[in-house]
Design a protein. Structure first.
Length: 122
């Protein structure tokens, strides 16, 4: 198996888990399997592992992870989430405390955070 195939497969698994989360919620489980939240964590770790491997073989250059590009993506996502919120489809709330970490609790423009409702359809 090529590393690029593994990356595609992992991204597709991530997509599938998030789709199931939209439908059934983050704590949903089936026949004792991990919850959708736990599966999301597993798939994100898999995705980061593949990214590290791509760097190790030289496909990605050292330092490829860009704070500027991450910040730009967050800003873009928040822009569209705010539009969705204004239309009544996304649940946003004000942050009560400072960010605890870039991945687990990202800092968003206008001091907003994403709530559980963002993953669930109304």
């Amino acid at each position: 198996m090529k590393l690029s195939e593994e990356c595609v497969e992992t991204a597709l698994e991530m997509s599938q888990v998030l789709h199931k989360t939209q439908i059934f919620g983050p704590e949903s489980t089936h026949n004792g399997s991990p919850t959708n939240r736990e599966r999301t964590i597993e798939e994100l770790n898999d995705l980061f592992a593949v990214a590290e491997m791509l760097e190790e073989i030289g496909f990605l250059p050292a330092g490829w992870l860009s704070d500027e590009k991450i910040a730009a993506k967050k800003e873009k996502v928040m822009k569209y989430m705010e539009i969705s919120h204004d239309l009544g489809f996304t649940d946003l709330k004000k942050a009560d405390e400072p960010s605890a970490g870039r991945i687990s609790r990202p800092e968003f423009p206008k001091n907003h955070t994403i709530t559980e409702g963002c993953l669930n359809r109304n």
